[in-house]
Design a protein around this ligand. Structure first.
Ligand SMILES: *Cc1c(COP(=O)(O)O)cnc(C)c1O
Length: 345
């Protein structure tokens, strides 16, 4: 709400400006510097951005981040999609795909043939989070899809080379943009592949994105409101203690959710290993005789929206967002509503 008000307050001087003008470039600069501070990026790391969201970044990565062989941890809808994009790319070798059952995550296996390890910080479809750690002995780059995890989960930047996300989840902004925190090794890879003879469409060219980002610009016109909303959220995080603050809010929400589910006689956390249970997206299974769909429908009719599960998972489940902007007290209120609805079914 405050983010929207800040946008309205700046609206007449900000919206409608060319993205090559100072007002917008300063905002992009604020985003880039704000992310540097939020994640405590070491010297030499750079913040890149471009249009098209995370799904576009996967395609860009197939051109300018993977040399030939990648290894993917596949444990849900999103992590499997990147692996599929790589598999389909004719200029890359067959990726190694390590899969595990939904509700768990697999572990990487260091292999000298692998030049990029693809992790997912939070698998949004199943509510599983994983700790980001370089595989012991690995020489390849570590690239992390943090679309739903960034800012809601703690991360050590020395453990990744490319941590990419989009602003519509933990940053409470809008979609259509990708952001990537890149280590010097990732930048070196981008520069090397850009001068190789691999044909690359300009929209997926990470060297073009790198050059534009350094000027606080994007290759083509971005959605200005998205950037403004994102800058406000980053500032709010940084003004209140940084990532310890933002991830702390999600952790608090998660404690409330899982404590409730474990004590409940009709609900249980879908993810059985407590270490894998996500702090940003909670998945809760319901007893067979309690119809989760019906609960979601009743909640929606009463203005409590978007508790639906990921459909392809096909479970009697609710999925609860616990992004940093969500007040942990609101999670507690939601659970009181669920208790009330189930009590009156
Ligand atoms: C939402 C999501 C995506 C897709 O993001 P887009 O910006 O819509 O392309 C990818 N990965 C994860 C983990 C997500 O949660």
């Amino acid at each position: 709400m405050e983010q929207l008000h800040a946008l309205v307050a700046d609206g007449t001087t900000y919206m409608g400006t060319s993205h090559r003008q100072a007002t917008v470039r300063n905002k992009v600069g604020e985003v880039r510097e704000g992310l540097h501070a939020l994640f405590g990026l070491p010297d030499g790391y750079e913040v890149l951005l471009g249009n098209g969201g995370t799904t576009c970044f996967w395609d860009a990565a197939t051109f300018h981040l993977i040399s030939s062989h990648s290894q993917h941890l596949s444990f849900g809808e999103f992590s499997s999609k990147f692996a599929a994009a790589v598999k389909a790319a004719p200029h890359l070798g067959d990726p190694q795909i390590i899969a595990s059952d939904v509700g768990t995550h697999p572990f990487a296996i260091a292999d000298d043939a692998v030049d990029l390890y693809a992790f997912t910080h939070n698998e949004t479809s199943t509510g599983v989070m994983m700790e980001i750690q370089r595989p012991v002995g690995a020489k390849g780059l570590v690239a992390v899809d943090a679309t739903s995890g960034a800012a809601g989960l703690m991360v050590d930047p020395t453990q990744f080379d490319c941590y990419y996300f989009a602003p519509q989840k933990s940053f409470a902004s809008d979609g259509g943009l990708w952001l990537a925190l890149c280590s010097p090794a990732a930048i070196e890879r981008i520069e090397a592949l850009a001068t190789s003879d691999r044909w690359t469409p300009a929209f997926f060219d990470l060297k073009i994105a790198l050059d534009n980002s350094r000027l606080n610009q994007t290759y083509n016109t971005p959605a200005l409101a998205t950037i403004h909303l994102l800058a406000s959220q980053i500032k709010w995080f940084n003004d209140n203690g940084g990532i310890a603050f933002s991830s702390g809010r999600s952790r608090q929400s998660a404690e409330i959710l899982y404590t409730w589910a474990e004590a409940s006689d009709f609900a249980t956390p879908f993810v059985t290993n407590p270490a894998f249970r996500s702090n940003v997206v909670g998945t809760i299974d319901f007893r067979e005789d309690v119809d989760a769909n019906r609960i979601a429908t009743i909640l929606r009719a009463n203005g409590v929206v978007d508790t639906d599960p990921y459909r392809k998972l096909g479970r009697n489940q609710l999925r609860i967002a616990m992004f940093p902007s969500i007040d942990p007290e609101d999670v507690a209120s939601l659970l009181a509503c669920v208790n009330y609805v189930v009590g009156h079914l």
